[in-house]
Design a protein around this ligand. Structure first.
Ligand SMILES: [Zn+2]
Ligand SMILES: [Zn+2]
Length: 182
């Protein structure tokens, strides 16, 4: 599936945001971690953030995960629509800071959680309207609950990028083959 570069970036951002909390493993524990996340994903907007911003971002994660967990398209659509509406989405074509023309979905003064929610919601909407929920996957490695978006042509991805799961499972499969060959 071909997606525009800004959509691809927003998808990565959404996936990394969901996967920043797996079980008790919290990667966005404080504002420093949140700022690093925003920098890493080149999220525009102010970095003068408060504890409220952090809590709003934390609250966004289970809602995002609910898009992956949705049992049917109607449920997924309702979550995405709610998220985008609450974020007060306001599409803006922009070429700020030397970036090529791309869309922002919120005004420059939007709260960071709203920005992340609108970016994620619109990027997920793009995937959903094209291919339904099929490309929104949860890692199949045992004990891993990381999510990913499978943009591969044959939709064959099974493992996340987060925990080196693909590699881990290939090694496990190889060892199992060796054992059974004994
Ligand atoms: Zn931008
Ligand atoms: Zn995994």
């Amino acid at each position: 599936m071909h997606v525009a570069h800004d959509v691809a970036r927003s998808l990565t951002q959404a996936v990394d945001l969901v996967n920043s909390r797996l079980g008790d493993d919290e990667l966005l524990g404080d504002l420093t971690a949140l700022r690093a996340f925003l920098d890493e994903h080149e999220v525009s907007g102010s970095r003068s953030l408060t504890r409220d911003d952090l809590e709003e971002v934390h609250a966004l994660r289970p809602r995002l995960r609910a898009v992956w967990a949705a049992r049917d398209m109607r449920t997924a659509a309702a979550v995405v629509n709610g998220m985008v509406a609450e974020a007060g989405a306001l599409p803006q074509l922009t070429d700020h800071d030397g970036y090529d023309w791309h869309l922002h979905w919120t005004s420059p003064s939007a709260r960071v959680a709203s920005r992340l929610a609108a970016d994620a919601g619109m990027a997920l909407a793009e995937v959903l309207r094209e291919d339904g929920r099929e490309r929104l996957r949860t890692c199949q490695a045992p004990g891993c609950e990381a999510v990913f978006v499978d943009l591969s042509r044959n939709r064959s991805r099974r493992y996340c990028d987060t925990g080196n799961c693909g590699n881990r499972m290939h090694v496990a499969a190889y060892r199992a083959r060796l054992r059974s060959a004994d």
